[in-house]
Design a protein around this ligand. Structure first.
Ligand SMILES: Cc1cc2nc3c(=O)[nH]c(=O)nc-3n(C[C@H](O)[C@H](O)[C@H](O)COP(=O)(O)OP(=O)(O)OC[C@H]3O[C@@H](n4cnc5c(N)ncnc54)[C@H](O)[C@@H]3O)c2cc1C
Length: 429
């Protein structure tokens, strides 16, 4: 592992690529093997995190790719600007957000991260430093946004932030009694909100399967901030809770998770509107629990995220039923409605996305997810490469129809295939 501390080092660093290749790594929050390169070289970008330019009048910011979303927001929020798209954790880098072309709770409205990148600087393994823009160089731009780090090193990017009056959210919460109910509520109501996400119970019995807590909101105006609170109250990230260091391997099982889900669902308001919530608790609930991943025991967790196109609700129903009947307990289910597709290898397409955590120790997990992959591929859906470490390569082409075009563009940018990761090897990318 080599640390980059300045964009100018990227050119020479790429010469370190040996037979096993080289790949950039940000904060390592992709769940799978996208930022790993066993036996090869890895360029850690987190030391390269300066802000080159920020215009508080327009909200346009240029920063080095290793800056975290946390730091980026700290720099811009006091001036009234927030990141246009954010993941469920702020501990990811600008480069990682572009390379995975991440989506947020606002994808149905604002698209993926790449849609807000004005330009990016790419250092290619052939020694070129390219300025890519969505209009000027759309092919190379959209092969890099969502390209999982395989077109070169993103060293810097300019993005357009979104204006906010406060660091608060105005949030509506409602309970949905089953899968049909939550799909219906999202299809009818999501367009009225900038952000929408549902926690979904994948273990509930009988007719309650898929019951959900739907949380939707928008940035609060100054008039909506609780009395006495600061408009821009963004505090230190702070973790309110910490997972214990030693957790029994089987702490999360069907019974304990089922009981938790029951409590969680009952505890949520049946319907509540206009509640002011701090931005961090709305966007980053998991960041509030230090070491949350330890709850899955020493073997850790597998996260799985799929999307099926709109109109394929019957397939989603089958998948949810398959997950309920499996031995592996589906622990944390998150459902979102995505808008359209942009990058050649970007994950989002107009459809329903479901993300689920499983304890990695579950014996039948491999077979279960292989089955679900088939269902997803069969209806033109796909799994998210940033969260994958196990998909069979033969399904990749049907899941990602832009693959062959992406390969052509990548071949021009990196003819020797120096950029390589475990994901790239596994998928023959
Ligand atoms: C709790 C949690 C919640 C999440 N929620 C979401 C979500 O809501 N939506 C979503 O889309 N994703 C989500 N993710 C996934 C995460 O946003 C992506 O995996 C993101 O890419 C991680 O960024 P990173 O800096 O950690 O990148 P890494 O994990 O280090 O790398 C990810 C990929 O980006 C490439 N890369 C990183 N930096 C560069 C660079 N400078 N140049 C070229 N390539 C680079 C790597 O090679 C690799 O292919 C979540 C992850 C966690 C842990």
């Amino acid at each position: 592992v080599h640390r980059l501390t300045h964009p100018a080092q990227a050119h020479a660093a790429l010469d370190l690529a040996d037979g096993r290749g080289i790949v950039a790594r940000g904060l390592g929050r992709s769940y799978g093997d996208a930022a790993q390169n066993a036996g090869g070289q890895v360029l850690l970008t987190t030391g390269m995190r300066g802000v080159t330019q920020f215009d508080p009048a327009t909200g346009r910011i240029t920063a080095e790719a290793g800056i975290s979303i946390d730091e980026l927001t700290r720099r811009t929020l006091p001036a009234g600007w927030f990141v246009p798209v954010t993941a469920g954790t702020r501990w990811i880098t600008l480069g990682g957000a572009i390379a995975s072309d991440i989506h947020g709770k606002n994808h149905h409205r604002d698209g993926s991260f790449g849609a807000h990148v004005v330009s990016l600087e790419l250092q290619t393994p052939t020694g070129e430093r390219l300025t890519l823009t969505p209009d000027g160089t759309p092919d190379r731009f959209w092969a890099t946004a969502g390209g999982m780090g395989l077109t070169g090193i993103i060293v810097e990017a300019t993005i357009q932030m979104v204006p906010v009056e406060t660091s608060w959210m105005r949030v509506d919460t409602e309970r949905a009694r089953d899968l049909e109910d939550v799909l219906d509520r999202m299809a009818r109501g999501d367009d009225g909100y900038r952000y929408s996400v549902a926690w979904i119970d994948l273990l509930a019995h009988g007719g309650a399967l898929g019951r959900s807590i739907l949380t939707r909101g928008d940035h609060a105006t100054r008039a909506e901030v609780p009395e006495g609170a600061a408009y821009m109250a963004q505090g230190a990230p702070g973790t309110r809770l910490a997972a214990p260091r030693l957790v029994p391997p089987a702490l999360l099982n069907r019974h304990s998770v089922g009981a938790f889900n029951e409590l969680w669902y009952r505890r949520a308001p049946r319907s509540e509107s206009g509640k002011a919530r701090p931005l961090e608790s709305f966007f980053y609930p998991l960041d509030g629990v230090r070491g949350w991943n330890r709850l899955y025991g020493p073997r850790g967790l597998v996260q799985y995220q799929l999307v099926v196109p709109l109109g394929q609700e019957a397939c989603l129903r089958r998948i949810v039923a398959r997950l309920r009947d499996a031995d592996a307990p589906a622990c944390l289910g998150v459902l979102k409605r995505l808008g359209g597709r942009r990058g050649l290898m970007s994950f989002p397409l107009a459809g329903w996305t479901l993300a689920v955590d499983f304890p990695a120790r579950s014996p039948d997990l491999g077979r279960l997810l292989d089955d679900v992959d088939e269902l997803v591929a069969g209806v033109g859906g796909r799994v998210y490469l940033a969260k994958d470490a196990r998909l069979r390569p033969e399904l990749l082409e049907s899941m990602y129809p832009g693959l062959s075009r992406w390969r052509e563009i990548r071949a021009a940018l990196d003819p020797e295939r120096s950029m390589r990761s475990d994901l790239a090897r596994r998928m023959s990318l």
